[in-house]
Design a binder for this molecule. Structure first.
Ligand SMILES: O=P(O)(O)O[C@H]1O[C@H](CO)[C@@H](O)[C@H]1O
Ligand SMILES: [Mn+2]
Ligand SMILES: [Mn+2]
Length: 405
């Protein structure tokens, strides 16, 4: 009996979104630019990696061919001839370029509304929101109140936060309200409680997520964010593939951030992990225990949070190479009628201006021992991924997207 697995490489876009101009992202190409920089010797870091980007396993599944289909360019070191699996390109119809919309659309539910955003101003948050948050959470005030990179703002304001007890609140071009606070000085549970209050206050503003960003350390040099990040997200507007599979009585394994991103909806088994190796281990564990018709979904967030937002090209390249090196373990663990999909939710080009996501198309690489090779073309919505998996798992078709299988 079939099962399906999505490994979602957070932010691994492949350029070419036709509406990139609406986002100031024309020409952005996360994977293509990393490959070009690596080929030019600009992604070397002593002790980490050197030379051209090498992703032989994903390339065999059609990554190079998908990149060429997306932008018309085949980056150095990639092949336009996949040796197994089906390859294609996904285009997002939801507005915005953030994680929840990308994930929901992949699970068959494009976002029909406009997200709320905070302006590029200081203060970025409406005074009523800030005042209510301070009152309800009994805070001495807040710090930040602007657009920022999460690592830069803790270096800037971390010491003042420890001294004053005021949490650091910030946002980005995404629909987010983020709160950074020290795990021991402020307290982790207190931070989560504060985020719950912030979520209640920001939900009517259609803010997609409140994100808890705990950190440790005692000086700008030693401040470090921990794996205890937690996302409090709005629930998807319609039943997703996760809900549909769970409603049919089948297991749904959410690994890493997945449960948070779907607000826990449709999740029957939740496995946590931090970092690419642990997320791989959890995925393999889920494949080991998952019953027939299970749907397993893992979000590999490090590409985005550790390297894309940090504009770290060598780090991003090394993470991709690590992922690629472990991919054969997943393929070896697959049963004959398991289906594996590798894809992404948006771009985050580490060679691009600023520190935000980029509006890009994404690779869709599909592999099953039971499936012959082929091309699935440029799909007009990510929802085609969800519908293909629904068909594979024997679920009734949904309202959006078409199966490519
Ligand atoms: O700079 P950090 O805190 O990593 O935040 C980034 O992570 C958030 C979620 O992807 C984005 O909205 C962006 O603000
Ligand atoms: Mn993402
Ligand atoms: Mn991000």
């Amino acid at each position: 009996m079939p099962r399906a697995i999505i490994c979602l490489l957070d932010s691994v876009g492949i350029g070419g979104a036709p509406d990139a101009d609406a986002y100031g992202d024309v020409g952005s190409d996360t994977l293509g630019h990393i490959a070009e920089w690596a080929a030019a010797g600009k992604a070397d870091r002593p002790g980490l990696r050197a030379g051209p980007l090498r992703l032989p396993n994903m390339d065999a599944m059609g990554l190079g061919a998908a990149m060429q289909l997306s932008t018309g360019r085949l980056p150095p070191g990639f092949s336009d001839r996949p040796r197994g699996g089906r390859f294609g390109v996904g285009r997002e119809i939801s507005k915005g370029k953030d994680t929840p919309s990308g994930h929901w659309e992949i699970a068959g539910v494009p976002v029909p509304f406009e997200w709320g955003y905070f302006p590029q101003a200081v203060p970025a948050f409406p005074p009523e929101l800030t005042e209510e948050l301070i009152r309800r959470a009994d805070l001495p005030g807040i710090l930040g109140n602007k657009h920022a990179s999460g690592t830069e703002i803790i270096a800037e304001l971390g010491e003042e936060h420890i001294r004053t007890g005021k949490p650091i609140c910030y946002t980005s071009v995404d629909s987010v309200f983020q709160i950074a606070a020290h795990e021991t000085h402020f307290g982790l549970d207190r931070l989560y409680e504060l985020c719950r209050i912030a979520f209640e206050l920001t939900e009517p503003l259609k803010i997609g997520r409140v994100i808890a960003r705990p950190f440790i350390g005692d000086s700008p040099d030693s401040f470090k964010r921990t794996g205890n990040r937690r996302d409090f997200a709005i629930a998807p507007p319609e039943p997703t593939l996760l809900d549909r599979n769970a409603a049919a009585g089948h297991p749904v394994f959410a690994i890493g951030k997945i449960s948070d991103i779907y607000a826990g909806s449709g999740v029957t088994h939740k496995l946590k992990g931090t970092g690419i190796p642990q997320l791989f281990d959890r995925t393999l564990e889920a494949m080991e225990m998952a019953a027939d018709r299970a749907f397993i979904m893992t979000n590999f967030v490090d590409f985005d949070s550790e390297y894309g937002h940090r504009r770290d090209v060598p780090g991003y390249a090394a993470a991709l190479e690590l992922f690629d090196a472990r991919l054969p373990e997943i393929i070896a663990a697959m049963r004959h009628d398991d289906l594996l999909v590798l894809t992404a939710d948006h771009g985050n080009d580490p060679t691009w201006k600023g520190t935000d996501h980029t509006r890009e198309q994404v690779p869709i690489l599909v592999f099953s021992p039971a499936l012959g090779p082929g091309e699935i073309g440029i799909r007009s919505t990510f929802a085609d991924i969800g519908e293909s998996i629904a068909a594979w798992l024997g679920l009734a078709p949904g309202r959006h997207g078409k199966s490519f299988l």
